[in-house]
Design a protein around this ligand. Structure first.
Ligand code: SF4
Length: 352
């Protein structure tokens, strides 16, 4: 069926079984598909011409219907603190972003799962763009592969977090397909423990995830301790509230239930009071949890402020006294608009 497509299909995003089918559909043997899988994901070779292990005839047959299309890096900004923000232009002229965050001994790559997002969190610039479409598995993997090709992932170990634009669990099938290729030792070979999916709390999909055999780490974007406040900040809470969300987190089978991370954006005067901290302790009682406090990265277009460092520290201390592992995420890339969706929003506005 592949050879009849008018537009060339992208080989990136196909798994091993699909590449075997491609090879067979061109009259090749199945191992040619496995070679192709190795060339693309393991060797990160994106030119069919350079895949000299494959017979020339097979490569020219491939070229007639297929291509290897990685998202194009349209802009690349580096912050004084080393954070690099990549703006990608997709083949339909939509923009997404990824952020590479260097830390002491590792690098974390924050990638997008959708163009825009329709969850509508009021503190988020991506929400201002609305929802355009889901990313394909090839576009999800392509962010990692393009940044690796750019020379920014030369260190062997790096983490991948689905915390860029979009709600990954609204694009579950494509995210999980990309996750399986990332973790396959014959492909990107990342440990599944180095990949984190962050969700605003899509409870039915979280329920479904309990039956997966291998899961990425889970991060729940919590951000409020009362339903009325969360309803305002994250409208998804009106569908699936705090109780339902925390219940499903508690119900993960113990084999899969590694420590769940709760992301908590501290908005000055909105979510950063002592009472919030005490309520958070109650909500997380009995759970294997870690809290990431994120002092808000202000944007002139949004009506929120960052709390003072003292306020952040006091909040953290209350949680620590209750023996909850709590980390304050250093604010990164202030000078390059590195918060989720800021750059792509500017770019899509300028392209009207
Ligand atoms: S914070 Fe995440 S889930 Fe909420 S609107 Fe932004 S991208 Fe969507």
């Amino acid at each position: 069926m592949y050879q009849f497509c008018m537009k060339k299909s992208n080989l990136i995003g196909l798994n091993e079984a699909e590449l075997v089918k491609v090879a067979e559909s061109l009259g090749g043997r199945s191992f040619r598909g496995r070679q192709l899988y190795h060339e693309i994901y393991r060797r990160r070779e994106f030119s069919l011409d350079q895949m000299t292990e494959l017979p020339k005839k097979f490569r020219s047959q491939l070229e007639q219907s297929f291509e290897i299309r990685v998202p194009q890096i349209h802009d690349r900004q580096q912050s004084e603190d080393g954070t690099i923000k990549f703006l990608f232009r997709l083949s339909d002229a939509k923009y997404i972003e990824s952020v590479l965050i260097p830390e002491d001994h590792r690098r974390t790559l924050c990638i997008s799962s959708q163009v825009g997002c329709d969850v509508g969190c009021t503190f988020c610039m991506t929400a201002q763009m609305g929802f355009h479409r889901n990313l394909t598995p090839g576009e999800i993997l392509g962010q990692v592969l393009a940044i690796a090709r750019d020379g920014c992932l030369s260190q062997p170990g790096f983490n991948v977090v689905f915390m860029g634009m979009g709600e990954p669990l609204y694009n579950y099938r494509n995210v999980m397909k990309a996750f399986r290729i990332m973790t396959d030792s014959k492909a990107l070979g990342l440990s599944y423990r180095k990949i984190t999916v962050s969700t605003s709390g899509v409870v039915p999909v979280l329920s479904r995830m309990r039956s997966e055999t291998e899961l990425p780490n889970l991060a729940i974007s919590l951000n409020a301790t009362r339903n009325d406040v969360r309803d305002e900040l994250m409208p998804i809470n009106q569908k699936w509230d705090l109780n339902g969300l925390l219940d499903v987190c508690r119900s993960f089978p113990s084999k899969l239930r590694r420590r769940i991370t709760f992301e908590y954006v501290l908005l000055s005067g909105v979510t950063d009071s002592d009472r919030d901290a005490y309520r958070l302790i109650t909500l997380l009682k009995g759970m294997k949890a870690k809290v990431n406090l994120i002092p808000y990265n202000p944007d002139p277009a949004l009506p929120f402020d960052r709390p003072t460092p003292d306020r952040v520290e006091q909040f953290r201390e209350i949680l620590m006294r209750a023996s909850i592992s709590t980390f304050v995420r250093r604010t990164r890339g202030d000078d390059i608009s590195a918060a989720c969706g800021q750059l792509a929003h500017l770019e899509s506005e300028s392209h009207g």
